[in-house]
Write a protein that binds this ligand. Structure first.
Ligand SMILES: *Cc1c(COP(=O)(O)O)cnc(C)c1O
Length: 360
């Protein structure tokens, strides 16, 4: 059976080369054992972690005054770990609320710290990303929180918000899909299973001085960024296979021109699908205002749920998977993360035009 075009929102598809390398590595990584069977305290794995961090820093241009951590618990654990560790009694934080993921993050942050909403996108149905003059910060928040790509709605920030307060960003669904302005942020986190490999690992990029603001009180090891930094993310057994897979994805990203290369191809991929939607003259409609649309998650819909369902049903016959919108929004969504091939975007574009012709 041939592999389908997989538009799933995550865990995402992987490049074929990476899958083949993984197949071999599961059997034997050249030491008579496979990658699933090797100790994280072995020389092999220690080297892998050094290489992984060095390569991650090189690709993203991460400055020396930032630490890079590879943690477990996904992006969702960071929703509570960040406020639990980085806020003090009496602090509050600001949130720029742009949908499902900022809502979930704030639901967990609220256990630790009061939240001021500097912008609330609910009024525009989350189809809008605010410009800087639409954001109203409070006085002295410990940090400002935003989500760089709203995979759920299909909207994306084009640049970080402009403020002198420390900024914390959830980049789970667009990290390394294009160059990032690390310096604009005090902390960036991203789970790996969309653009950087498979589920099981979450990257945290954090500036030293922001970490220094950690509460000094004693705390359990796993809730102690400083201890995690000192132990190079290997305080306990790390998700060894997920880390190995991230290394393979980083190799693949570098082989394809690094973040500039990713941006160029990702821009083309999104444009191929967006143009096809435009060509249907309103039969399909984009979700998200033009300047706010995501390059990773193309959200769109027809005029009715029946047509959306028929589109998804027909997609299977065209060897396409994962086009159903988020369970809360309905509609259609094509997720085209780094590993998704451009040929699949062309195939979807053709199907969009054909469907509109036949059903329109
Ligand atoms: C997928 C996603 C998450 C959730 O990540 P987990 O690893 O499942 O916790 C969080 N934020 C954004 C923006 C996402 O796209």
């Amino acid at each position: 059976m041939s592999r389908a075009w997989n538009f799933v929102a995550g865990p995402a598809g992987l490049p074929e080369e990476v899958l083949h390398r993984a197949q071999e590595a599961i059997w034997d990584i050249g030491m008579g054992a496979g990658i699933l069977e090797v100790s994280h305290r072995s020389a092999f794995f220690d080297q892998l972690m050094y290489d992984l961090e060095a390569q991650f820093r090189r690709i993203g241009g991460i400055p020396d005054d930032y630490d890079v951590l590879f943690l477990q618990g996904g992006a969702t654990l960071q929703f509570c770990q960040i406020p639990a560790e980085l806020t003090h009694p009496g602090d509050h934080i600001d949130c720029i609320h742009t949908g499902f993921w900022t809502r979930n993050a704030m639901r967990d942050a609220a256990f630790y710290v009061p939240i001021h909403y500097a912008y609330d996108g609910a009024a525009t149905g989350f189809e809008h990303i605010p410009s800087d003059d639409e954001i109203h910060y409070s006085e002295n928040p410990r940090y400002v929180y935003y989500c760089a790509n709203n995979s759920f709605m299909g909207t994306e920030w084009q640049h970080a918000p402009k403020t002198d307060y420390p900024i914390v960003a959830d980049m789970s669904s667009n990290i390394y899909s294009r160059p990032i302005d690390v310096r604009a942020h005090s902390l960036i986190f991203a789970s790996a299973q969309k653009n950087l490999g498979i589920a099981g690992c979450c990257v945290v990029i954090v500036r030293h001085d922001f970490l220094e603001a950690c509460q000094p009180d004693p705390r359990p090891s796993m809730f102690n960024y400083r201890r995690l930094v000192e132990n190079r993310s290997m305080l306990n057994t790390p998700p060894t296979f997920a880390l190995y897979m991230m290394k393979q994805m980083l190799d693949w990203i570098e082989e394809h021109g690094g973040l500039e290369g990713m941006a160029a191809i990702n821009r083309q991929k999104a444009a191929i699908i967006r143009d096809a939607i435009d060509d249907t003259h309103g039969f399909f409609r984009h979700v998200g205002e033009p300047q706010c649309r995501s390059m990773m998650n193309i959200s769109f819909r027809t005029a009715s749920k029946e047509l959306d369902d028929a589109f998804i049903e027909g997609a299977e016959a065209h060897n396409m998977l994962g086009l159903r919108g988020h369970r809360e929004t309905g509609g259609l969504r094509a997720s085209v993360f780094n590993a998704f091939p451009i040929e699949g975007c062309r195939a979807l574009a053709e199907y969009i035009r054909e469907f509109a012709r036949v059903r329109g």
